[in-house]
Design a protein around this ligand. Structure first.
Ligand code: B1M
Length: 215
């Protein structure tokens, strides 16, 4: 690769961690950490998804790419700008039951945390009961559910149906690659008894939704 951008993208595709931090440090001379993630590394993950989807990449290699991505984010995270001051509010964040994908959710965590929110990140494969319990314990202002599998979009809708049954009325944000805005704003909205549920296309969308909830 000729440029540092191409080199980093290739590292994600190849799952190549050796010397990763040196390349990231070099890229940081010309790019903000968040731009490195959004404009370079996520491009690499997109290629991984396409290769995997086309049967041209096996799962263990996808895992290597995911680990490289996580290590890159961990290196960049301390260098990101943070908003100082009082906590603006609390969100409980989880990847839904049956789903292990957490790179996107963890990016949402970083963006919200850096912008003054307290994030209770429950991790992956979380049943609704755990999410609701955490929301109550931490007096959350909102719940964020993430999931990348088509199956997870169904789980999210079922979660909202159950929340409707239990008369929970907390704002809910849904994010993840298999969702569409229409599915969230129509099916999920109805499942939640026309309660507050919104689609978050990316982490910044999640941030602006959270800003709306607390103001
Ligand atoms: Co999996 N996987 N995977 N995988 N994987 C997908 C999702 C898939 C689309 C790949 C493909 O076929 N092209 C496909 C799903 C197909 C479907 O359901 N129709 C798939 C599959 C099939 C699977 C397995 C079933 C494979 C198998 O075992 N045979 C298995 C599932 C296991 C399970 O969950 N039970 C599996 C496993 C894995 C790995 C473990 C190897 C690894 C995950 C590692 C990890 O996360 N720790 C993995 C990966 C890496 C992917 C792809 C390639 C990349 C996902 C990713 O990290 N993207 C993915 C392909 C794809 O997405 N097109 C794929 C980068 C990340 C930053 O994006 O998470 O979308 P994303 O988050 C974005 C937005 O969506 C949004 O903001 C983020 C930043 O912009 N967002 C939110 C997400 N959550 C949000 C929440 C919010 C707000 C915004 O507020 C609450």
């Amino acid at each position: 690769p000729d440029t540092i951008e191409e080199c980093l993208k290739l590292r994600i595709v190849d799952g190549d961690k050796q010397g990763l931090e040196d390349d990231l440090a070099e890229a940081m001379r010309t790019h903000a950490p968040l731009a490195i993630i959004n404009e370079i590394l996520l491009d690499g993950m997109k290629v991984v998804g396409e290769l995997f989807g086309a049967g041209k990449m096996q799962l263990p290699f996808v895992l290597q790419s995911a680990e490289t991505m996580k290590r890159a984010v961990a290196f960049l995270e301390p260098h990101m700008e943070k908003v100082e001051g009082q906590e603006k509010g609390t969100i409980v964040l989880a990847t839904v039951k049956g789903d292990v994908h957490d790179i996107g959710k963890n990016l949402v965590d970083i963006i919200l945390t850096n912008n003054g929110y307290r994030v209770v990140n429950l991790g992956i494969k979380q049943p609704l009961s755990a999410i609701l319990e955490a929301a109550e314990t931490h007096k959350a202002n909102a719940i964020g559910m993430s999931g990348l599998l088509v199956k997870s979009t169904v789980i999210m809708r079922e979660n909202l149906e159950e929340m409707q049954r239990q008369q929970v009325r907390l704002p809910v944000f849904l994010g993840g690659a298999a969702l569409t805005r229409a599915y969230v704003e129509d099916d999920c909205f109805k499942a939640y008894g026309e309660g507050p549920v919104a689609y978050a296309r990316d982490a910044f969308d999640g941030l602006s939704l959270m800003d709306k909830v607390v103001t």
